[in-house]
Design a protein around this ligand. Structure first.
Ligand code: ZN
Ligand code: ZN
Ligand code: ZN
Ligand code: ZN
Length: 225
C-alpha cells in the first residue's frame, strides 16, 4: 500500500535564490540517512504555502506495509534543507487534484459535480456504491438466467471484478492502487489520461449513432425501390 506524507516549512528559495523544485527534494532525500528506509512512489510535489510565504510544503508518497511501518518510522523525523530542519508529517490522502465522490472523475470536488446521477466507483453504473449490491447487474442476481444467478447476499462485498471508471482497471475508482491516485498532483497527466478517453467514448457513441442512422436510411431507401 501507499502512505501519504508531507514535509512542512521547507524554505521555498534556495541559497542561490532559485525556487526549490521536486528534483532538489529528491537530492535532499537521497543524501539523508533516512534514504534506505523508504521508496518513493511518485515525484515529490512542491506547493508554496501562499503567494507571499517563503516556505513550502512538499508532498510525497511512499510504499508502505499494511500496518504503515514506513510511515511510523518517518513521521516526526526530518530532512535538512540548507540550514533548516524540516519535519515529516502525515498528509491527508485527499491533497492534490480532487476526486469527485459523486461521479468519480478527477479534477473537481464532490460539491462542484455537475452529474445528475451518482456513479458507482465499482462498476461505473448510475447508482451509489451503497446501492451496488441491489442495482448492479453483477450482484442483483438473475433468476431467469440459465443457470439462474444468485444475488450477492446482503452485507457481503461484491465478489465480482470491479471496473475503474478512470483507468478501466479491475479495481474500484476509489482504490488507491489506481494509477490516477499516484498522479493526483500531476494536472497534465490527469488531463491527458482523462480527456482523450472520455472524448474517445463520446466520439464512439456519435459514430455508432451515425452508423445506425445510415443503416436505417438505407433500409428505408431499399423499401422504396
Ligand atoms: Zn463529479
Ligand atoms: Zn455498482
Ligand atoms: Zn458484483
Ligand atoms: Zn483506476
Amino acid at each position: 500500500s501507499w502512505s501519504y506524507l508531507k514535509i512542512v516549512d521547507v524554505p521555498f528559495f534556495k541559497a542561490d535564490s532559485d525556487q526549490i523544485t521536486s528534483a532538489d527534494v529528491r537530492v535532499v532525500m537521497g543524501k539523508s540517512h533516512l534514504a534506505p528506509s523508504f521508496t518513493l512512489t511518485n515525484s515529490p510535489q512542491v506547493m508554496c504555502n501562499s503567494c507571499r510565504a517563503d516556505t513550502a510544503t512538499m508532498w510525497f508518497d511512499v510504499l508502505d506495509s499494511q500496518l504503515g511501518a514506513t510511515t511510523k518510522c518517518l513521521i516526526n523525523t526530518s530532512f535538512q534543507f540548507g540550514p533548516s530542519l524540516c519535519f515529516i508529517w502525515a498528509a491527508c490522502s485527499y491533497s492534490g487534484i480532487p476526486l469527485c465522490q459523486h461521479c468519480w472523475r478527477w479534477g473537481h470536488s464532490t460539491r462542484a459535480c455537475h452529474s445528475q446521477a451518482p456513479r458507482c466507483p465499482r462498476c461505473a453504473s448510475p447508482h451509489t456504491e451503497a446501492g451496488h449490491r441491489q442495482h448492479a447487474s453483477c450482484c442483483r442476481g438473475n433468476p431467469s438466467a440459465k443457470p439462474p444467478q444468485d444475488p450477492t447476499p446482503e452485507g457481503a462485498p461484491c465478489p465480482h471484478a470491479a471496473r475503474c471508471v478512470n483507468c478501466k482497471g479491475d479495481h474500484s475508482a476509489s482504490d488507491r492502487r489506481c494509477p490516477f491516485w499516484r498522479h493526483r498532483f500531476d494536472r497534465a497527466w490527469l488531463a491527458e489520461k482523462s480527456a482523450p478517453s472520455s472524448l474517445h467514448e463520446g466520439l464512439q457513441e456519435i459514430s455508432q449513432k451515425t452508423a445506425q442512422e445510415e443503416c436505417k436510411g438505407r433500409r428505408m431507401l431499399n423499401h422504396r425501390h
